[in-house]
Design a protein around this ligand. Structure first.
Ligand code: UDP
Length: 466
């Protein structure tokens, strides 16, 4: 048997958050060199996070294993990343990951000493209990979002009250109700919560998992890690969350580029020439448009963005999914060639930190929002689901570093106005100033004297000694 501990790491493989778990392991590996990390993930997600050329450069105490994704043979392709795929993944996960843990134990010749997983991987609680080892869960979205999950029963009650005791399906008109009864959430509304979380008629595995996670974490996680900086999180929110969990650590944001990681990932290589294209643009002139790895605007919204960029002649870089290209106005690419660039993938963190980047049109995914914040770039927000709406509210109303698309749906005039406000309007300077100040606070929080540094050391100790 080898000396040291053996930590099994499991990300949630859909959307951008698997990167955060991978980045955490890459930070932990050199800090805990005696610990062996077995990274268990589905092949598709692994190929994005650790493409083969990078896999050979991993620290020697990290090994990546492939686990079945739950799709029946022959169903790869169109079904991948669909809601149905998530359901099949969740159904098969306990068995598939159980087998993978056994295989990793045999490979490493060491029993598992700790599970370190995305907090959404709640089946790990069961596994950890059976093996009598701690479960350490990383909550990837923002802290205010975790509070909504923890207070899910209070929220259900609020919805029942506001509907006069009806079921969730007839509550839609009351969703403007404030979440002020929840510590630290006075700025949020029920409408800022994702439908899957509040619709208790939705019995899909993913919706049940979302409603369950806030109940499971306080009872079963030895520690909850937050992907955030304490210095920019409202104190009442953190004080309350600390009282809910056995241990709460704020280890800083693990987004791809901040702080720089020892290993480049697929998201940092500029294969599409975005950075050289940006080099030729004026400072703070370009609108960068991207809606993350999963979300996609409707066909009419894609078309409206294109029309608005053309009518305002705004220089733009658009990371656009191939299937969305068909919805662009006819001939737009040719007509905007002199000032616009379409790419299937951009090295986003670097694009946002480029001096030419003036505004980010975003779905308000947590990683995207954070990458924009550390670059001091104001945002135009079109939230879709999950934590997007809460992030959008913080960006516009609390931090004052962006505007939401009016009415929630993208229109040509809505984008024209939003671009005008952020790039050229009377509040532009103030917004950019606030974005710069927030950036400064984040840089300081990420420094050697920040809480994240101290909490990270606690985490290293926890996984090295448990
Ligand atoms: N991303 C990127 N280039 C792209 C599209 C996305 O690098 O063209 C990265 C982005 O930088 C972010 C992640 O993908 O780190 C998306 O995560 P986020 O939490 O913002 O959204 P999700 O995809 O989970 O909805």
């Amino acid at each position: 048997m080898l000396s040291g501990k053996h930590v099994v790491v499991i990300p949630f493989p859909f959307g951008g958050q698997a990167w955060n778990v991978a980045n955490l392991v890459l930070k932990l590996a050199p800090a805990a060199p005696d610990v062996r990390f077995s990274f268990l993930n589905i092949a598709k997600s692994n190929s994005l996070i650790f493409p083969p050329p990078l896999r050979s450069k991993l620290p020697s105490n990290v090994k990546v294993y492939e686990v079945s994704d739950g799709l029946p043979d022959g169903h790869h392709g169109p079904m991948e990343h669909s809601g149905e795929h998530v359901e099949l993944f969740l159904k098969a996960a306990p068995e598939n990951f159980g087998a993978a843990v056994n295989a990793a134990e045999q490979d490493v010749r060491k029993k598992v000493s700790c599970f370190l997983t995305d907090a959404l991987v709640i089946f790990a609680a069961e596994m950890a209990e059976k093996m009598q080892v701690p479960w350490v869960a990383l909550w990837v979205p923002a802290p205010y979002c975790l509070a909504a999950h923890v207070y899910i029963d209070v929220i259900s009650e609020l919805r029942r009250e506001s509907s006069g005791g009806g079921t969730s399906s007839n509550n839609d008109n009351n969703d403007d109700k404030s979440l002020g009864v929840i510590p630290g959430l006075s700025m949020m509304r029920i409408s800022d919560l994702t439908k899957e979380l509040i619709d208790d008629q939705d019995t899909s595995r993913s919706a049940c998992m979302l409603r369950e996670v806030g109940r499971v974490l306080p009872r079963r996680a030895a520690a909850v890690l937050m992907n955030s900086f304490a210095e920019v999180t409202p104190t009442p929110l953190i004080a309350d969350l600390k009282s809910k969990f056995k241990m709460l650590l704020q280890i800083g944001c693990l987004a791809v580029s901040f702080p720089p990681l020892p290993l480049p990932s697929s998201s940092t290589s500029d294969t599409t020439g975005c950075l050289t294209w940006l080099d030729a643009r004026d400072p703070q002139s370009v609108a960068y448009i991207c809606f993350g790895t999963v979300s996609m605007p409707s066909p009419s919204e894609v078309s409206a963005i294109g029309e608005a960029l053309e009518s305002t002649k705004t220089p733009f870089l658009w990371s656009i999914k191939e299937r969305a290209m068909a919805f662009l106005p006819e001939g737009l690419q040719e007509r905007t060639n002199a000032y616009g660039k379409f790419v299937p993938w951009a090295p986003q963190a670097q694009v946002l930190s480029h001096p030419a980047c003036g505004v980010f049109v975003t779905h308000c995914g947590y990683n995207s929002m954070f990458e924009s914040m550390v670059s001091g770039v104001p945002m135009v927000c079109k939230p879709f689901w999950s934590d997007n709406m809460m992030n959008g509210r913080m960006i516009e109303e609390v931090w004052g570093i962006g505007v939401k698309v009016k009415g929630g749906t993208i229109t040509k005039s809505g984008i024209e106005k939003a671009l005008e406000v952020v790039l050229r309007g009377k509040d532009e300077k103030e917004m950019r100033k606030k974005a710069g100040e927030l950036r400064e606070r984040l840089v300081e929080a990420a420094g050697p004297d920040g809480i994240a540094e101290a909490d990270f050391k606690v985490l290293v100790k926890l996984i090295s000694t448990s």
